[in-house]
Design a protein around this ligand. Structure first.
Ligand code: PMP
Length: 376
């Protein structure tokens, strides 16, 4: 076993695909100290700067003071603190949904939702660039899987046409693609799901807090909330905390409570996290200025996720190392996170950055890019 694993690690090393953990000693939403060096943080998902917000910290602290450091059991045993009830009520109001359920993380939510919804006799249609947690949920479900080319509705329709009309069908997509930063064609997906009698699930991990009048997500922004069957999202990105949610009709949520294994067989979230989640939903709905500032930073880019696709692993790692030397936290994203040959630096913007900081960073990114030969 050891020999085999060591040779696998060696193989990753040779492909410049071996990952190493970095040590973060402080982070304030804008600046991060990583491996002892202070850098402008262009790599986090803290899109609205809420992770270090004093109000979230205080709410988390108060919840921990009242209910303890740990939840002591799963939700169906004795871990379902009233904090959950409060947060889920707030979630329903925010998303104008009939029912809501909090999961421990986005990863486990996708696993649990998808594997509960579909099984061996069903068919799932999944965008080529969907997040790994969706892919793993599909694998776990054992359903027949079709991947449609990224955002290619014609391809999706041709696959839907071939599928047996008698089988249950699920279409699943990220709303904003995590590594490319482009948006799913949600209106077209709604048309197709109706035409072929499928249900549609949208993962709002990267759009919750950012799109929609009160940060409800891209589905609301496009006024599709009554036509998307399942909206899933996370509290771990723009909402600055941890955990995930799913909203939908009551029968769906009742079913997840009874059958989602990643919901049932795990300890409930720590009270501190639930306190922070509740506070972050309150802030995100009313502090429009955060969304407006982020929108201003986005400028002509598609969204707040801005990748520079380089291709080779080596050059991508080189670029990220050079950027870090110049004081910019930018991370090399390589396979299997992205397809072979599309390694990239994934920049992410945050409302907590200033224009001056971004100009400063842009100058350095252009300089390093030119030196390495990836920007002309
Ligand atoms: N879905 C998408 C689209 C994601 O990008 C991520 C996280 N990168 C997740 C789900 C998982 O969320 P979490 O980090 O809360 O587990």
């Amino acid at each position: 076993m050891k020999k085999h694993i060591q040779s696998e690690l060696q193989r990753l090393e040779e492909k410049t695909q071996r990952r190493m953990l970095k040590n973060v000693s402080s982070s304030d939403g804008t600046w991060i100290v990583m491996n002892g060096k202070k850098m402008l943080n262009l790599a986090s998902n803290n899109y609205l700067g809420l992770a270090s917000d004093e109000r979230l910290i205080e709410a988390g602290y108060q919840a921990m003071r009242t209910y303890g450091a740990g939840a002591t059991a799963s939700r169906l045993i004795v871990g379902n603190y009233e904090l959950y009830t409060r947060a889920e009520e707030a979630l329903k109001k925010w998303k104008k949904a009939e029912a809501a359920l909090i999961f421990n993380s986005g990863y486990t939510a996708n696993l649990g939702i998808i594997a509960a919804l579909i099984g061996r006799d069903d068919i799932v249609f999944s965008d080529w660039l969907n997040h790994a947690s969706i892919i793993d949920g599909i694998r776990l479900s054992g359903a027949e899987r079709y991947r449609y080319y990224h955002n290619d509705l014609d391809h999706l329709e041709s696959l839907l046409k071939q599928a047996s009309p008698h089988k249950r069908k699920l279409i699943v997509t990220d709303s904003i693609f995590s590594m490319d930063g482009d948006m799913a064609r949600l209106e077209g997906l709604v048309t197709l799901k109706k035409r072929y009698n499928a249900i549609l699930m949208v993962d709002e991990a990267h759009s919750s807090g950012i799109y929609g009048e009160r940060g409800e997500g891209l589905v609301h922004h496009l006024h599709l909330q009554d036509q998307v069957d399942i909206q899933m999202g996370t509290f771990s990105k723009a909402l600055g905390s941890f955990g995930a949610y799913v909203v939908g009709e009551q029968w769906l949520i009742d079913y997840f409570i009874n059958t989602s294994r990643s919901f049932i067989f795990t300890t409930a979230l720590p009270p501190a996290v639930l306190g922070a989640i509740e506070k972050s939903m309150e802030i995100v709905q009313k502090e429009h200025i955060r969304r407006q500032t982020l929108q201003f930073h986005i400028g002509k880019s598609a969204t707040h996720i801005v990748p520079i696709i380089i291709g080779s692993n080596k050059q991508t790692v080189q670029m990220s190392e050079r950027l870090q030397e110049h004081g910019i936290a930018a991370v090399a994203i390589r396979p299997p996170t992205v397809p072979e040959g599309t390694s990239r630096i994934r920049f992410s913007l945050s409302s907590s950055l200033t224009k001056e900081e971004l100009d400063w960073a842009l100058e350095r990114i252009a300089k390093v890019g030119r030196e390495i030969g990836v920007i002309t």
